[in-house]
Write a protein that binds this ligand. Structure first.
Ligand code: 5RP
Length: 225
């Protein structure tokens, strides 16, 4: 089974298990979250779900939601009953690393405003401990060099995210610094330290936020709580 199928299976299962008619749903960003948006659109088109409204976490997800026929609202108008989003790493406690797709600040704002966060992923995202991939930190472009130095002094090897030699901008016009910390002993403590750095707007550690993870694996799709 190819990875994309595992992602799709997890996304479809999460929508069918958790989304009910009338809900406001936070729409995550990334390849797995895209399957969530497509499946929501399909169920709406078939009349199996009604009166769903989405709150998007990125321009990409906004475009896909509108193409899929999902009406969108903003956080000014409503709060999500739940958010379904992907992750780069998931620990046994359901702590997460997110942000490889460049949308972590908006994703965290929407997830924090939701009654529940449901994670969707294929089985390659499960780890005994977080820290296998670089931890993304969304930063203010002004003075980013000093923010990078401060991230380095926390014990990481930080790298500004670039494309063709230029800094990659998030939808909020910020930069991302990807930090290799190695294995993370205490995600909550590290998150707190990073957030004390002026210029660090948000980091990709989502600690104690996910209520469940729907995991697509070769043996079937399972729900971790
Ligand atoms: C974007 C994210 C994504 O949810 C995360 O990178 C997982 O993406 P994918 O489902 O494509 O593997 O945090 O900021």
């Amino acid at each position: 089974m190819i990875l994309e199928e595992l992602k799709r299976n997890a996304a479809c299962k999460a929508v069918e298990e958790y989304v009910k008619s009338g809900m406001v749903v936070g729409l995550g960003t990334g390849t797995t979250a895209s399957w969530v948006i497509r499946h929501l659109g399909e169920l709406l088109a078939r009349g199996e779900l009604q009166n769903i409204r989405g709150i998007s976490t990125s321009h990409r997800s906004t475009s896909l939601a509108l193409e899929s026929g999902i009406p969108l609202v903003t956080l000014t108008e409503a709060r999500p009953d739940l958010t379904i989003d992907g992750a780069d790493e998931i620990s046994p406690d359901l702590d997460l690393v997110k942000g490889r797709g460049g949308a972590l600040l908006r994703e965290k704002i929407v997830a924090a405003a939701s009654d529940a966060l449901i994670v969707v992923a294929d089985e390659t995202k499960l780890f005994e401990q977080l820290g296998h991939t670089r931890l993304p930190v969304e930063v203010e472009p002004f003075g980013w060099e000093t923010t990078l130095e401060a991230l380095s002094s926390l014990g990481s090897e930080p790298e500004l995210r670039t494309l063709a030699g230029e800094p990659v901008r998030t939808d909020g016009n910020h930069y991302t610094i990807d930090c290799a910390f190695g294995l993370i002993e205490d995600p909550a403590a590290l998150e707190a330290e990073i957030k004390r750095i002026p210029g660090a707007l948000e980091c990709g550690l989502f600690v104690n936020m996910a209520r469940a993870a729907v995991i697509g694996s070769r043996e079937g799709t399972r729900i971790l709580k």
